[in-house]
Design a protein around this ligand. Sequence first.
Ligand code: THU
Length: 148
Amino acid sequence: MTIRSDDPPIDERRIGQLLEAARTAAAHAYVPYSRFPVGAALLTADGTVITGCNVENASYGLTVCAERVAIWTAAAAGHRAVRAIAVVAPKALGATPCGACRQVLNEFAPRDSDLLVVVEGADGPEPVVLSALLPRSFGPTDLERAEG
Ligand code: THU
């Protein structure tokens, strides 16, 4: 799905809603090992908001971050483009998505615009674009080029 230029802007109000949804999701985090809850809320191309929280596992390595839970939930519901994601790590305000989540986010970034990442900082929302967090990324378009 493409992002159209007449799509509603991601304004302050919208960012506030996404952060609030991420905060609520963080309360559901399953974190018996790290005690480090994280919540994420993403905005899809059609305006749907989908949340996720981190879910840990006794085998540690199977832990999944909040961002990936949100992305995979969105993908499973049929969404293929994410305009923005808000992330709240209440115990480490300002923390940005890990490298693995950046790569997974890149898979569903809009083709013709950047994906907005907003983390909750100590002094309020901290917006940054995915291309700044993951420069010169490898993604679907590289494979499409190879096919051509
Ligand atoms: N975590 C996230 O959910 N998102 C991130 O971007 C970084 C880390 C989780 C994984 C684990 O449950 C806990 O935070 C500590 O690493």
